[in-house]
Design a protein around this ligand. Structure first.
Ligand code: AMP
Ligand code: ZN
Length: 480
């Protein structure tokens, strides 16, 4: 398997630190609002990377954090007059729901910054003892960038250039820095902010230290893969390398993977530009599987422009796969049924010569799929291989097909889709009573002003193809 490593700027053969195991850390979202679909890109992409490693037989330890202490969370808490933890816990729960909708597997561990303060204090202490960090008069602790000769190796920036670049930038409250390129490890509390005791001042951690500490605690000093969006290369990941390598005295991550941006009108989708859609909003219009399929239709390192046309194309593509799998499921029932009826299961279970040849053709498409994924997770080419398989399936199966051939094709397509996190089985035929029970549950949620739950139920019904209409006589429903 080859992985493009941002550190070396080339594709490298993947060699795990420990045979058969992958230790992987992905920087997660700052939880102060619903995640937008730009945030969903690394979630989907690296979940697919994880699934492919698992498909290949690796045991993956996948860690992804929630940044739950940050200016944006604190500001929102102040606005609402609640504790910062109320905001972060609320949006962690919402984020988990979105992940579920996107079929992103929960990480092995989802650590939260506020629950890891002990480890952060310990690492900062070690950095100070080793001369890599210092406390300024106001209690702020800074990392001494010049003490790490390899600083800049990930972003391919030169420390001298960085220093001259920073020279002009003076940040209020950071006057105690020895050097403009130094960065904060610990900072004093401000009025109304959450804080923790420390040897330097009552305060809170800087952003970068949390990931170094959580990766160390849950994966160890050395990890295989560290990943996130490309905006994290500098300064976040560069600073993580400096902290971890100086504190632990070992190389931190072997492979650094970064996804390209999800754009709108060729501009990065971001909260600050206001040009974003939340996953929740998209979920009201589309099955979230369509969003997942759309994200994987491009290579993860390429920029990807979000558009209604591309979403429509993804919807059709996904539909094509689902229809083919649906046809195989129907055939499976028919051919098995027929076999049972005639009592000649053994005969029908055997493949014809033509089917055996088609099986070989299908297996070479599986090879094509794996070759694409082995080449730095080229999901776009892998999806093309699935489409070829769908074509083969559609043109070579009918009611005369053997049960063995039908089952082989169905399992093969499903297995390859599962690596992409694509669910091929469409739930239809829910009983009227089940639908009505859900509608009642939604009404009860609305009465209790739990609109989030009410919306969630409406979303679930929409996924099942059920359309609701609020009328004077009550809620009416129909199948789409
Ligand atoms: P944040 O909550 O801003 O820390 O972002 C969480 C993750 O989403 C990080 O890995 C970011 O790099 C990534 N991310 C944010 N915006 C985008 C975007 N428009 N396209 C792709 N990735 C993004
Ligand atoms: Zn991080």
């Amino acid at each position: 398997m080859k992985i493009y490593n941002t550190l070396s700027r080339r594709k490298e053969e993947f060699v795990p630190l420990e045979p058969g195991k992958v230790k992987m850390y992905v920087c997660g979202p700052t939880v102060y609002n619903y995640i937008h679909i730009g945030n969903a890109r690394p979630m989907i992409v690296f979940d697919t990377v994880r699934r492919y490693f698992e498909y290949k037989g690796y045991d993956v330890n996948f860690v992804s954090n929630f940044t739950d202490v940050d200016d944006k969370i604190i500001n929102k808490a102040l606005e609402e007059g609640v504790d910062a933890s109320v905001i972060s816990e609320r949006f962690i729960a919402e984020c988990r729901k979105d992940m579920q909708g996107l079929n992103v597997k929960p990480a092995t561990t989802h650590p939260q910054a506020t629950k890891e303060i002990e480890g952060m204090l310990a690492m900062i202490r070690t950095l100070i003892e080793k001369g890599h960090a210092y406390a300024a008069a106001d209690g702020t602790v800074y990392f001494r960038t010049a003490s790490f000769k390899e600083y800049g190796k990930l972003s391919h920036k030169n420390l001298d250039e960085l220093q001259s670049g920073f020279r002009e930038i003076k940040v209020t409250g950071e006057e105690g820095k020895e050097d403009p390129a130094d960065f904060v490890l610990w900072k004093p509390k401000k009025e109304g902010e959450p804080f923790w005791e420390s040897p330097w001042c009552e305060g809170r951690p800087g952003w970068h230290i949390e990931c170094s500490v959580m990766a160390k605690r849950y994966l160890g000093d050395e990890i295989d893969i560290h990943a996130g969006g490309e905006d994290l290369i500098f300064p976040h990941h560069e600073n993580e390398i400096a902290q971890s390598e100086c504190a632990n005295g070992k190389p931190f991550a072997k492979y650094w993977m970064h996804n390209g941006f999800l754009n709108i009108d060729n501009k990065k989708m971001s909260k600050s530009l206001g040009n974003f859609f939340t996953v929740r909003e998209i979920g009201e219009k589309y099955d979230l599987q369509v969003l997942r399929f759309f994200m994987l239709s491009a290579h993860y390192r390429s920029p990807l422009n979000f558009s209604a046309d591309l979403m429509e194309a993804s919807k059709n593509g996904l539909e094509r796969i689902r229809t083919a799998v649906g046809k195989l499921a129907e055939l499976q029932q028919k051919v098995q049924h027929g076999a049972d009826g005639s009592g000649t299961m053994a005969e029908t279970a055997c493949m014809t010569v033509a089917e055996q040849e088609n099986t070989a053709a299908a297996n070479s498409l599986v090879d094509k799929y794996e070759a694409a994924m082995d080449d730095d997770f080229n999901t776009a080419d892998a999806i093309s291989a699935i489409f070829e398989l769908v074509k083969l399936s559609n043109s070579t199966t009918d009611e005369e097909s053997s049960a063995a051939y039908v089952e082989f094709l169905k399992k093969t397509i499903e297995k390859l889709c599962d690596v992409m996190g694509i669910i091929t089985e469409v739930k239809h035929g829910a009983l009227d009573s089940e639908i009505e029970a859900m509608i009642e549950e939604r009404q009860a949620a609305r009465k209790a002003r739990n609109y989030a739950l009410a919306d969630e139920i409406r979303g679930k019904l929409a996924d099942m193809g059920i359309i609701l209409e609020d009328t004077r006589e009550g809620v009416k429903w129909k199948r789409a």
